[in-house]
Design a protein around this ligand. Structure first.
Ligand code: FES
Length: 576
C-alpha cells in the first residue's frame, strides 16, 4: 500500500489493520469480494435513484452495471447504493416537497460511507437536483449519468410531447374537441420507452444544464435512454470518475460562479424550464456561490432561443440529439459563454466544443436565425412580489406581457378546482387568474399548478391564453402567460395573500414590474389584518412539519434553511 493510497478516505475504513478494519472489510466480503479489492484502489459510490415507481428512472438499475464495468476497468471498486427516489408523476402531494429530503439522504449516504468519489444516477425532475445539492454539501469527486429522454411520442401519425400535449389534449377534451377514447389511447403513444420526458421539460433541461456545467460526459443531456450509446457513455463515466479521484477533482472545482452563469445562458438558448431557477439557486446555496435571482434575467437578456423544442417550439429530444445536442448549441452560442470553465474530463468547455457539429439547423438554429431573438427568464419586482417573481416570455402570448387586468382570486388549489368551470364565475379573457396557497410553505412543497387551465366557458369561446399569477411553479413541459414563484408566498404573508377579487394588477414585462394597483396605505392595512388572524398549523409532525418550519422562499431556491452550505466529507468518529 502506497502512502498516497492510505490517504484516501475509503482507506480510513478498509486500510486499517485492526478491529475496525476487520469489521469494515469482513462484512463487505459477505458479498464475495476478494482481499485484493481493498488494496487502496478508489472506491466509487454509485448513488442510484432507480425505482419502479419513478418510471423515468426505471433504466438506471441496468445503467449502473455499465458504470461498474468502467470503474472496474479503470482499477476502482464500484459500490452501488440506493437513495430516495422521486417520481414526478406519481408522488403526492408533490415531488418537490421531497427534493430536500432526497438531498439529505444523498449527503449523509455519501459522507457516512467509505467512498472516494460518486457517480450520481438520476433523471426525473427532482432526482438530479436533490442529488446534486446533497453531493455539493460533501464535495467529493462527482460525476452524473442521466436517464436520458424517452423516444419521441407518437399518436395517429404525429409526434406528441410528454406533458406539453397532455395539457393540450386535456383542454381539447374540456372544449369538446377530443373524445375520451382518443385521450386514453394517446397515453401509450406518449410514453413509448423508459426515460425522462422527451420535451425540453425540467428533466431534460436539468440534464442539459449538468452538461453545460461540465459535470458529465458530452451528450449525456440528449442521448435517448434506450440508445446503446448511453450504455457506452455510462461505461466511460465509470472510467472517468476513477481518474477524477486520482486527480482529486472535486464537485466545487467544476461548479463555479462562471459555470453557473454558463448554465443560465444555456437554459435560455434551449428554452429550458423555469424550475431550473429554483434548483440552481438551491445548489449555489450549498456551494456558497453568490448567484441571485436577478442573474437569471441579466445573464439571459441577450441570449436568443436556438432550440426549436416543445414546449417553446416544435421538435422533441430525439430530434435534438440527432441534430447535435448540447455541444452543437454551445458551439453556436460560444460568444456568450465562459469557455475557460472546467469539465470533469479535465478539458475546458472551449476545448470540448472544438469537435462539436450541428447536423440540423432547423432544430438547432444559428444565432443569426433564432427561433426567437430573446429568450430566458424575466424576473419581476413590484409591490406584489417584493422578493421577486418570474415569467418565461417565450412560453407566453407576447400581447399579454404588458397587461392590466382584473383579479379573479382563488384562495387555494381546491378553491380553484371547485369554481373554475362554474358558469357563474365572473371572468373574461382580460382578467388575471390569481392562485394563492401554493408556495413552498403553503401547499406545502410548491406544486406545478401555476399553469392553471382556463375556465371552460372561455375555452368554448376560443380563448387560448390568459395571464395567470401564483406562488406556485409550473411544469417544465407547460406553456402559457404564467407568472410564477411570487415571493414572499401568500402563506408567508406576502402581498399576494391580500389580493382581492376585482383588484387591478399591472404586469409590465419589458420594465420587469408587477404591481397591485392599490395605495401603499391600503396594502399595509390589509397586510396588518392578515397578520392578526390566528392560523392553526397544518402539519404538526414528521418531515412535512420540518419542511414547513424551515423552508426558504422561492428566491432562495426553497432549500431548508439549515441545509444551506456544506459540511465537507470528513467523519472523525468511529463507532466500532
Ligand atoms: Fe419524470 Fe417528466 S415526469 S421526467
Amino acid at each position: 500500500m502506497t502512502q498516497e493510497k492510505r490517504k484516501r478516505r475509503s482507506q480510513l475504513s478498509y486500510g486499517k489493520l485492526d478491529k475496525d478494519g476487520f469489521i469494515h472489510r469482513s462484512w463487505m466480503k459477505a458479498q464475495g469480494y476478494p482481499d485484493h479489492v481493498f488494496d487502496g484502489r478508489p472506491v466509487i459510490g454509485i448513488c442510484n435513484t432507480w425505482s419502479e415507481i419513478t418510471p423515468c428512472n426505471s433504466g438506471l438499475r441496468e445503467l449502473a452495471d455499465y458504470v461498474k464495468r468502467g470503474i472496474w476497468e479503470a482499477g476502482g471498486l464500484p459500490l452501488e447504493f440506493p437513495v430516495t427516489s422521486l417520481g414526478e408523476t406519481q408522488m403526492r402531494p408533490t415531488a418537490m416537497l421531497f427534493r430536500n429530503l432526497l438531498s439529505m439522504d444523498v449527503e449523509e449516504s455519501i459522507r457516512g460511507n467509505p467512498i472516494d468519489g460518486v457517480v450520481l444516477l438520476g433523471g426525473c425532475d427532482k432526482t438530479t437536483p436533490g442529488q446534486l445539492m446533497g453531493a455539493a454539501s460533501v464535495n467529493l469527486p462527482t460525476i452524473v449519468v442521466s436517464s436520458g429522454p424517452m423516444l419521441n411520442g407518437k399518436f395517429r401519425g404525429q409526434d406528441i410531447g410528454s406533458g406539453t400535449d397532455v395539457w393540450k389534449f386535456s383542454e381539447d377534451v374540456r372544449a369538446g374537441r377530443m373524445s375520451m377514447d382518443d385521450f386514453i389511447a394517446a397515453e401509450s403513444g406518449m410514453s413509448r420507452s423508459r426515460g425522462v420526458c422527451m420535451t425540453m421539460g425540467t428533466a431534460s433541461t436539468v440534464s442539459n444544464l449538468v452538461e453545460a456545467l461540465g459535470l458529465c460526459l458530452p451528450y449525456n443531456g440528449s442521448l435517448p435512454a434506450v440508445d446503446a450509446r448511453r450504455q457506452a457513455l455510462a461505461h466511460m463515466t465509470g472510467r472517468e470518475i476513477v481518474r477524477m479521484v486520482e486527480d482529486d477533482i472535486r464537485l466545487s472545482d467544476i461548479v463555479t460562479k462562471d459555470s453557473m452563469l454558463n448554465a443560465i445562458r444555456v437554459n435560455a438558448a434551449v428554452g429550458g424550464s423555469t424550475n431550473t431557477v429554483m434548483h440552481l439557486l438551491a445548489l449555489s446555496g450549498r456551494l456558497g456561490l453568490d448567484l441571485t435571482l436577478e442573474d437569471f434575467d441579466s445573464e439571459s437578456r441577450d441570449i436568443p432561443l436556438l432550440v426549436d423544442l416543445m414546449p417553446s417550439g416544435r421538435y422533441l429530444m430525439e430530434d435534438y440529439h440527432y441534430a447535435g445536442g448540447l455541444p452543437a448549441v454551445m458551439k453556436k452560442m460560444a460568444a456568450h459563454l465562459s469557455l475557460d470553465a472546467q469539465t470533469v474530463t479535465g478539458e475546458s468547455i472551449g476545448e470540448r466544443l472544438e469537435h462539436a457539429q450541428c447536423f440540423n439547423d432547423t432544430v438547432i438554429r444559428d444565432v443569426t436565425d433564432p427561433v426567437q431573438e430573446n429568450s430566458g427568464i424575466w424576473v419581476l419586482r413590484g409591490n406584489l412580489c417584493p422578493q421577486g417573481a418570474i415569467i418565461k416570455p417565450n412560453a407566453a402570448t407576447p400581447e399579454l406581457l404588458t397587461h392590466t387586468g382584473r383579479a379573479v382570486v382563488f384562495e387555494s388549489i381546491e378553491d380553484y378546482k371547485a369554481r373554475i368551470d362554474a358558469p357563474e364565475l365572473d371572468v373574461d379573457e382580460h382578467c388575471i387568474l390569481v392562485l394563492k396557497g401554493c408556495g413552498p410553505k403553503g401547499y406545502p412543497g410548491m406544486p406545478e399548478v401555476g399553469n392553471m387551465a382556463l375556465p371552460k366557458k372561455l375555452l368554448e369561446q376560443g380563448v387560448r391564453d390568459m395571464l395567470r399569477l401564483s406562488d406556485a411553479r409550473m411544469s417544465g413541459t407547460a406553456f402559457g402567460s404564467v407568472i410564477l414563484h411570487v415571493a414572499p408566498e401568500a402563506s408567508a404573508g406576502g402581498p399576494l395573500a391580500v389580493v382581492r377579487n376585482g383588484d387591478l394588477i399591472e404586469l409590465n414585462g419589458p420594465e420587469r414590474t408587477l404591481n397591485l394597483q392599490i395605495s401603499d396605505a391600503e396594502l399595509e392595512e390589509r397586510l396588518n389584518a392578515w397578520r392578526s388572524e390566528v392560523r392553526e398549523p397544518t402539519y404538526t409532525r414528521g418531515y412535512a412539519k420540518l419542511y414547513v418550519d424551515t423552508v426558504l422562499q422561492a428566491d432562495q431556491g426553497a432549500d431548508l434553511d439549515f441545509l444551506q452550505g456544506a459540511s465537507g466529507d470528513a467523519v472523525t468518529r468511529e463507532s466500532h
